[in-house]
Design a protein around this ligand. Structure first.
Ligand SMILES: Cc1cc2nc3c(=O)[nH]c(=O)nc-3n(C[C@H](O)[C@H](O)[C@H](O)COP(=O)(O)OP(=O)(O)OC[C@H]3O[C@@H](n4cnc5c(N)ncnc54)[C@H](O)[C@@H]3O)c2cc1C
Length: 312
């Protein structure tokens, strides 16, 4: 039996759309909740959030700021910082922050998001989220009718080229490190996508705006936007320290942590939501999952307390 006191009923690790939504659901249920956030939402490089009902185009950091205000309004706590490790206790969980502080809670919600690994191409990362994109639903409209270059690194790239062909008649898939099979080639042809067999050396820009892809033979493919397929890995080291492993996402686009419909992981008392459990979730989906997980944690605590009282 450990003798740690409880600092908060619930600690939420990660304060993006999922974590803040979980925190707000818990604070509105009069739970003592602390959201700990390192302040790096996945979409930070982008100018605005799209496909988010009633908040179309809001800046990623403005959305977070607005969520923090709502959290505070209901009495939820926010701590800026990074959680390094987590451990199970008899009566809950302890997390240790990078500055050494140790905090104990009855339940844990992990909403730490993902890390996007990008193709290793010169100057690509500096345009990530502006001229270098991955999601047609997030920023496809903004580059509609422009020449778009898809850098193929896997089967997902074919899927992306097909989706972007809905937004522009000038989509070129550069084979780079992936050879589409015959079926893919016929689908690409059917969708009007040009296939160019070459390797991309660098992303070129003029005045800070993407202007083309420099190819292996030195030629320039003029494009206004570049599409890549990142490999998105759940920031799951905390969960791993609790015995919860990330598994390959069926799409092959990355790794995520499995949860049930309410966000409960395989370890009772540990919940997860947002991109860490679903690498393809957009902001609205991540927020919805966070709200659901927050509600599930509250219900879990209500039941647990009621049972204890019955026993007493
Ligand atoms: C370039 C780009 C553009 C996008 N544009 C859109 C768009 O227009 N519309 C849309 O709907 N979706 C968009 N998305 C997807 C969107 O980013 C995700 O849906 C959303 O960020 C998921 O929210 P989340 O809360 O799960 O994770 P995140 O928003 O990534 O939040 C996770 C938070 O946890 C923090 N954190 C991580 N580890 C720790 C730790 N150990 N301790 C404490 N804090 C930690 C991080 O710093 C971060 O603040 C885009 C994605 C990218 C990459």
């Amino acid at each position: 039996m450990d003798i740690d006191h409880i600092d908060h009923e619930v600690i939420v690790v990660g304060g993006g759309a999922a974590g803040l939504s979980a925190g707000i659901a818990l604070a509105r249920s009069r739970r003592s909740v602390l959201v700990i956030d390192a302040g790096e939402p996945r979409n930070a490089p982008a100018a605005g959030v799209h496909n988010f009902l009633s908040r179309d185009g809001i800046g990623p950091h403005d959305l977070v700021a607005s969520g923090r205000t709502e959290l505070a309004h209901y009495g939820g706590g926010l701590r800026l910082g990074r959680v390094d490790t987590a451990e199970r206790l008899d009566h809950g969980f302890a997390v240790r922050l990078e500055d050494g502080e140790r905090l104990v809670a009855r339940r844990l919600v992990v909403t730490a998001g993902v890390v996007d690994a990008l193709p290793d191409i010169d100057s690509l990362r500096e345009h990530w989220g502006t001229g270098v994109l991955h999601c047609p639903y997030c920023h496809g409209w903004e580059v509609r009718d422009q020449a778009i270059g898809v850098v193929a690194t896997g089967a997902t790239s074919v899927h992306q080229a097909l989706l972007f062909s809905q937004l522009s008649d000038e989509v070129t898939l550069v084979t780079h490190s992936f050879e589409p099979d015959a079926e893919s080639l016929s689908l690409l042809a059917g969708a009007g996508v040009t296939v160019l067999e070459s390797t991309v050396r660098s992303v070129e820009a003029a005045g800070g705006v993407v202007s083309g892809l420099r190819l292996e033979d030195g030629s320039l493919l003029a494009v206004g936007a570049v599409v890549v397929s990142p490999y998105s890995s759940a920031r799951s080291s905390l969960l791993e320290s609790l015995g919860i492993e990330a598994v390959a996402h069926p799409s092959g686009m990355g790794e995520s942590v499995e949860v049930d419909l309410m966000g409960q992981t395989s370890v009772p008392g540990v919940y997860a939501a947002g991109n860490v459990t679903d690498i393809s979730a957009q902001v609205m989906g991540a927020a919805a999952a966070g709200t659901k997980a927050g509600a599930a944690v509250n219900a879990d605590l209500v039941m647990s307390d009621a049972r204890e009282k019955v026993v007493a």
